[in-house]
Design a protein around this ligand. Structure first.
Ligand code: SF4
Length: 351
């Protein structure tokens, strides 16, 4: 459930306030037959298609690294890619067929999906399977490259992507390059072209910004970022607090230490947004390990999100039989977690 009237307790408790029947967006679970096994799946579960393409950026706060680090593993230890295209796409098609009764939202993520040679076929496969809202998250570096006769951006738009999320840590190009530790991020002109072409084809571009102490970490920082987004033709921005990891299992990994040291807290920022008449409240979403608020500012959609990987594990322990989200891994496994060694559902290989 999302609420049109603001619930202060949800902002304070965040995902700890999650109650599947009481305040989740679907309010219920479904029973699916997954390769002969009856499986309870949250009715509004998202399917992430996780590109195995190594990212060319090296953000010190990398979310892809943070997820395994929270469970005490390094990313390199868990990344396996099915080398055979035929086997990979057969597994993807089989997973989409099995999930048809759920009709999940689908997000393509990475790694860096825009550099993945398999991306055009992944997008075509997802489009052929139909289904509701499909999105992709990228650092933007490969969007204007040509692949199989079209730009990657054209592949995204012509296969019906609803949203295109481009990660950018700072409006200033050189500060963004320093934070993401790469120089291939699209500059303002390229972003303007990406936004223009995406919108012309019905795909909504969105910028995604992490909240970092000393960078974008305040209400005025948010407003400046929004002005930058508007200047490149983007009217939809998400600001993310760096994910919290699970203290019970997290490795003392540089990405964990950096995130803990540089995490700008969302809650006081949201309190400042609430007190600012330039912003108007739209809705809250309480997820099983994330919390979202949506606001409007000068004709733009502004989304704030925080997530807690310790809470993710706690929610799973409370109801171990329930699948909250689905991840199609680069090795061709469909799993209920971001780790291909945990919660594998198929195809044809029940855990
Ligand atoms: S762009 Fe994304 S996947 Fe790449 S290093 Fe940064 S956070 Fe990680």
């Amino acid at each position: 459930m999302t609420s049109r009237s603001f619930v202060d307790a949800w902002r304070r408790r965040k995902c700890a306030a999650f109650d599947l029947a009481g305040n989740s967006t679907a309010g219920r679970a479904l029973e699916l037959d997954l390769w002969g096994r009856r499986t309870r799946v949250y009715a509004n579960a998202n399917l992430s298609v996780y590109s195995g393409q190594t990212c060319n950026a090296r953000c010190s706060f990398c979310v892809e690294e943070l997820r395994p680090a929270s469970r005490g593993r390094a990313l390199a230890q868990q990344r396996r890619v099915e080398p055979d295209d035929g086997a990979y796409f057969a597994a993807l098609e089989e997973s989409l067929r099995a999930l048809k009764p759920l009709d999940p939202t689908v997000s393509v993520t990475g790694g860096e999906a825009s550099l993945d040679p398999r991306l055009p076929r992944i997008l075509k496969t997802l489009a052929a399977a139909g289904g509701r809202k499909r999105t992709m998250t990228t650092n933007g570096s490969g969007l204007l490259e040509r692949r199989e006769g079209r730009t990657v951006l054209e592949w995204a738009t012509t296969t019906g992507l609803k949203h295109l999320n481009v990660s950018r840590a700072h409006p200033d190009q050189s500060r963004n390059e320093r934070l993401m530790r790469f120089t291939a991020a699209p500059g303002p002109d390229a972003l303007r072209r990406i936004a223009r072409e995406a919108k012309a084809s019905g795909t909504r571009p969105r910028l995604s910004c992490v909240l970092l102490n000393g960078e974008v970490d305040s209400l005025e920082g948010v407003v400046e970022y929004l002005a930058f987004a508007r200047s490149v033709g983007v009217d939809n921005v998400i600001f993310r607090q760096l994910m919290r990891t699970d203290p019970a299992s997290a490795a003392r990994d540089p990405v964990v230490l950096y995130s803990d040291a540089r995490r700008a807290r969302l809650e006081p920022l949201l309190d400042a947004v609430s007190a600012d008449p330039r912003f108007s409240f739209v809705r809250q979403v309480v997820g099983y390990y994330y919390y979202v608020e949506v606001w409007r500012h000068a004709g733009m959609d502004v989304v704030f999100e925080e997530a807690d990987l310790a809470r993710l594990e706690a929610t799973k322990r409370e109801d171990p039989g329930l699948v909250h989200e689905l991840v199609f891994h680069p090795d061709g496994a469909l799993a209920s977690t971001w780790q291909p060694w945990d919660g594998v559902l198929g195809p044809g290989v029940p855990a």
